[in-house]
Unconditional design. Sequence first.
Length: 269
Amino acid sequence: MDLDTVFDDRVCDRDRMALERLRSTGCEIGFTSSGRAAAARARMRALGLEGWIIGCDGAQLARARDGHLLCRHSLPASIAARAQEILSAMQLDVFAVTADGAHGPPGAHELAQTALGLASEGYTSAPALRAEICALVAAGDTARVHAGANALADLAPTRISRATYSLPSGGSALRVSSRRGSRARAIGDLAARLGTRRTRAAYVTGVRGPYVDASAILELPRVFCLPDVPVERLGARCERLVTRAGEGALAEAIDRWRRTAAELVHASA
């Protein structure tokens, strides 16, 4: 479940009961976030949620009970340094997301909040010296951002992924991360640890905010969105949309998934 988009500042009783019923059937629950795992864990505790944590859009997988990182996928140091050099030369504001927070230019905290979302928690203008960088985000003029994306095209294309997106405040941003650090891959890693298949996973998301990691939406077989959103933004594979938003929408998504799972079991019997 996408912690950033499904949950606000509270969990209604109906949704909480649905989560408890789901867990009582033996299902494992995980929460994804653009923020680092530590920040996601703090938010989960504030909401009274328990489960696995997938942070930094898949770059981190952690246990909820103690926050221990089970695996992480960082940008290789040499590639991160070269990417920062290229993007900074194009007069873009470059932010580095690490395990301990976000690092970027002085006075750019507001831009960091817009471009990074929850990943901006713990923002500091101190450089990310010797830190493992989960992702780089460059923000600024749209033309320069796209030029930056093109400039990185030949920089380890098999090891990094690039995604550009528009910012609500104007301009655009470019996100650079390890190809091994997507939400879909992290969900697959978690499924393997639990001794099951990724194809048995269902994903609940709320598609909002400046950047959406579409990997889980496009690659997982069962996706539920709160509320209904244009299908063209999700890709052709997303057919099961929850059309109502607000309290109880998560419970509806869980009920629909359980019915779908039961139908699949019955059909294979």
